[in-house]
Design a protein around this ligand. Structure first.
Ligand code: NAG
Ligand code: NAG
Ligand code: NAG
Length: 311
């Protein structure tokens, strides 16, 4: 009697085990079918900026994600922090990243703007918010192909204020040349599973409960070599619409850690109230409208050489 019971228990356990195995494998293959790896060579460049990085390579290249409508924001950035400049003997260049538009009017206007300013990098993908990963990877591809000589690269957005002078100063002080990534560090973030949220990510898009360490997409900086390294591994990383997390996944695969640029906070993805002395000691600040950008930049330019109270 006892041995029959034992046999039943044994058989049930085997069946249970087989079921578990079946479901786990099924789930896995389902996940693999649903997600797709990022395609490296997708689309062709429609616009390329006018720069020869082999001659007098820039110290810092800023890649600014932008959309077609933001003509005024681009104009203001070109006339403020994005102006081609030399800081402490180091050359800084700013370029804008754009996708394509179905409207011929808009496309024509962008082509005109690109011819006029020679600072637009554009590829043939639909320019929508959730193609930000494609936009960012286009910038990284451009560095890899056309400007690997840049010592540092910053990826940022067109509603950001960037203090080029302070950033250059801190990068020189840090004295790092390779495998360096910095910004507003997010070391312990997790996917938002609430469907109502703008940043909702389903379990099919990202099955794990934690994100790898990544830098807020509002502004992060890396040594030039990181562009080619990320570009090389990107093809083997499952595509994710959140560009900063996607880059974080690439960095995790490359075993490149994130580092603080300064012991004080210098990147402000949540925004920050302006004061000249405060903005002299920050690198990047979010939520800055073009009109404010002009005012803040002018105030900072006018205060060059003025002392601020020590903190
Ligand atoms: C395109 O531009 C032309 C002339 O500037 C204008 O008449 C037309 O309405 C525009 N079309 C769209 C879809 O905006
Ligand atoms: C992103 O661009 C690709 C290529 O143009 C397009 O097929 C895709 O639908 C776009 N993604 C979104 C979310 O619109
Ligand atoms: C920068 O680092 C290099 C070694 O990596 C060292 O030789 C050099 O002296 C450093 N420069 C400064 C200014 O700290």
């Amino acid at each position: 009697m006892a041995s029959v019971k034992m046999r039943l228990v044994y058989i049930s356990l085997v069946i249970l085990g087989a079921l578990c195995l079946y479901f786990s494998m099924n789930n896995l293959s389902f996940f693999q079918k649903e997600t797709f790896a990022f395609k490296k060579e997708d689309g062709k460049f429609l616009q390329l900026p006018d720069i020869d990085c082999t001659q007098n390579p820039p110290f810092l290249v800023l890649l600014v994600t932008s959309s077609h409508r933001q003509v005024f924001a681009r104009l203001v950035i070109r006339n403020t922090w994005g102006r081609e400049t030399v800081v402490m003997g180091k050359r800084v260049k700013t370029f804008f990243l754009l996708g394509s538009s179905p409207s011929t009017n808009v496309s024509r206007a962008v082509a005109q703007e690109a011819r006029r300013y020679r600072d637009i990098i554009q590829k043939d993908f639909v320019d929508v918010y959730f193609n930000l990963t494609l936009k960012t990877m286009m910038g990284i591809e451009w560095i890899h192909h056309f400007c690997p000589q840049a010592a540092f690269v910053m990826k940022t957005d067109s509603d950001m204020f960037v203090n080029i002078r302070y950033l250059t100063e801190l990068l020189l002080k840090k004295n790092r040349t390779t495998r360096f990534v910095t910004g507003f560090l997010k070391m312990n973030d997790f996917p938002i599973r609430n469907k109502q949220n703008k940043w909702f990510v389903s379990k099919y898009e990202y099955p794990w409960d934690r994100y790898p360490p990544f830098c807020s997409g509002t502004g992060y900086v890396f040594s030039g070599d990181v562009a080619s390294r990320v570009y090389d591994v990107a093809g083997s990383i499952p595509f994710l619409k959140l560009e900063d997390v996607f880059v974080g996944l690439c960095l995790a695969k490359l075993k490149i850690g994130l580092e603080e640029l300064h012991s004080r906070q210098t990147f402000f993805p949540q925004g920050l109230d302006f004061s000249t002395c405060r903005f002299k000691r920050i690198v990047a600040c979010h939520f800055i409208q073009p009109q404010k950008m002009l005012t803040y930049w002018q105030a900072l330019e006018n205060s060059v050489g003025e002392e601020c109270p020590a903190e």
